[in-house]
Design a protein around this ligand. Structure first.
Ligand SMILES: Nc1ncnc2c1ncn2[C@@H]1O[C@H](COP(=O)(O)OP(=O)(O)OP(=O)(O)O)[C@@H](O)[C@H]1O
Ligand SMILES: [Mg+2]
Length: 532
């Protein structure tokens, strides 16, 4: 006797359908499982036979052969258990072949109970794409799968219930709570003082710019960073599905949890490994940057992260995805996130204090501390925000400044302008698209060229400041970038100013009147042509 069912496995950030073919034949009783299964998958033989017996079914003494097709796709995990068990019961003549297209997913306990599986949301999305009508899954996961419209998702607690559902009994599960508005536990107005930092974070949120907070201990850097997600626009439905799928694959969703409604905020400890950060394992699993997809990755105490971990961020920051290659397979995982980092300006943390005597660090000490962050990584932060110590008067005063809701309204308006421009956010603008989007006035370009020349900054910095100026103009509702926007943008890159005291470059906080007006260059690097 022969039977065939459909199951699915996770590959990267998506799912692939797997045919579970079961054959019962005369011969020495035994259980053979083929089709490139890994160890946890091969163990299904023990789980399935014991669960069938403990569920009260009688199995004929036959040779059982199970093939998981396609044979060249690695199968890992225990999610095939339920499909194998139903296939064995079907092949033994317990029930006739079922009409229609049914996908079956679930892990079996020895008692016959069903255990939840990872990645049910991407599996349900793939099932709907391929025209499946019904999905049978463990009850704990069913509401997650039911979020996918156009698919009947049934939750079963045990193998016996799954058999009944397979034969057409049972009631389809209700979807988990649909996208509920995010409720934030923290608010921007709780941070006292730091008006410049709050404005800088609003700019970063508006343009999706990566930002680095630098300041002495206790200035409120970590506090500010934790409030960034409250400034970001609400997740769209598509973004929520993408992010929830990744969390589902990583096994981070709670039972019965619906779509994630808050943008993720991931703050891995500085001892995180490269694999933990960008993803790894066999088969590849999402790392912190994929869990932060459509949200924020916060790197507190930036210089303490390993050089390898920070360098591994470079490619995903450019591409918005990460390719993880392992011996047992490769996967491309989505990783479009904002990076927010925080650091002290020197080992003791007081290098930027008004009173230079407070800093106890030696010059080589300061330099080696700053050298831990490579130039290319530093370059990927559009904003370098100085967070000075906050005075006791401010700390003891009433809450000041904007609330998160007020700041978010501005951010949402600015993002709407950017969407009309055809980009997700200004941080994605590159090259010619950036020049065209900026529509910088002649005077603005001249001022920018003057600042770049006076500060001896690179062509990349030119683009970064221009991009920031575009976001500031969007926040102001201005169609063109003018010199005020450029000046403001230049104030948001304090690390281009010397921290060690040795760098001969002039500060970027250049008073307007000290910048010689130059005629604009036409491209970065072509700085600036003298006015004819
Ligand atoms: N601007 C502020 N407004 C209100 N409370 C603040 C502010 N700055 C610091 N605090 C208080 O000080 C605590 C420590 O702040 P936080 O951890 O954010 O400092 P930090 O700049 O990250 O310091 P470190 O460099 O040591 O990590 C906060 O939990 C908060 O209670
Ligand atoms: Mg901190």
């Amino acid at each position: 006797m022969h039977s065939s069912l459909h199951c699915a496995t996770i590959v990267g950030a998506g799912a692939r359908i797997v045919d579970v073919q079961v054959d019962l034949s005369l011969g020495l009783p035994g259980f053979y499982l083929v089709g490139l299964p890994d160890h946890s998958c091969i163990d299904a033989r023990v789980r399935v036979l014991t669960a069938i017996r403990n569920s009260g079914y009688h199995l004929p003494q036959k040779k059982i052969t199970v093939n998981l097709a396609p044979g060249d796709l690695r199968k890992e995990g225990a999610a095939f258990d339920l499909a194998i068990a139903l296939g064995v019961l079907g092949a033994s003549g317990l029930f006739p072949p079922v009409e229609g297209t049914v996908l079956v997913v679930g892990e079996l306990a020895l008692s016959g109970d069903l255990l939840p599986v990872r990645g049910l949301l991407p599996i349900a999305l793939e099932a709907r794409r391929l025209g499946f009508e019904t999905l049978i899954a463990p009850e704990q996961n069913a509401s997650e799968g039911a979020l996918v419209q156009g698919l009947h998702v049934f939750g079963a607690r045990t193998l016996v219930e799954a058999v009944a559902i397979y034969l057409g009994e049972g009631v389809a599960a209700n979807p988990a709570d649909p996208l509920a508005p995010a409720v934030h536990a923290v608010d921007l107005s709780e941070v006292r003082g730091q008006a410049h930092c709050k404005w800088a974070l609003t700019v970063a949120a508006a343009g999706g710019h990566n930002a680095l907070l630098i300041g002495p201990p206790g200035a409120g850097k970590t506090m500010l960073a934790r409030r960034l997600p409250t400034l970001l626009p609400a997740l769209s439905f598509e973004e929520a599905v993408e992010t929830t799928s990744i969390w589902s694959i990583a096994g981070k969703l709670n039972p019965g949890q619906g779509l994630l409604s808050e943008r993720p905020f991931r703050a891995p400890h500085h001892t995180v490994s490269v694999a933990g950060l960008v993803g790894g394992g066999s088969p590849p699993r999402p790392g912190e940057i994929s869990l932060a997809h459509n949200g924020v990755l916060f790197l507190d105490e930036l210089p303490e992260y390993s050089h390898a971990a920070l360098e591994a961020l470079r490619q995903p920051l450019e591409d918005g995805e990460v390719s993880v290659v392992r011996a047992k397979g490769a996967a491309t995982l989505p990783a479009r996130f904002m990076v927010l980092a925080a650091m002290n300006p020197c080992p003791c943390g007081h290098a930027m204090d008004a009173d230079p005597e407070r800093c106890r660090c030696t010059l080589p000490g300061k330099e080696s501390y700053l050298r831990r962050i490579s130039g290319p990584i530093l370059d990927r932060f559009d904003l370098h925000i100085e967070a000075p110590a906050v005075s006791t008067r401010e700390l003891s005063g009433a809450p000041d400044g904007e609330t998160s809701t007020q700041a978010r309204e501005k951010v949402e308006k600015a993002r709407a302008i950017q969407r009309k421009r055809g980009v997700h956010c200004n941080a994605q603008l590159r090259g010619r698209a950036l020049r065209e989007a900026c529509g910088a006035t002649d005077r603005a370009r001249g001022v920018l060229a003057g600042i770049i020349e006076a500060s001896r900054l690179s062509a990349r910095a030119y683009d970064r400041v221009l991009k920031l100026a575009r976001t500031i103009a969007d926040l102001a509702g201005s169609g063109r970038v003018n010199e005020d926007h450029v000046f403001e943008a230049s104030q948001l890159r304090c690390l281009d100013r010397p921290l060690t005291g040795r760098d001969p470059r002039p500060p970027l906080h250049i008073a307007r009147e000290t910048v010689t007006h130059k005629s604009p260059g036409t491209a970065p690097g072509e700085l600036p042509r003298e006015r004819a």
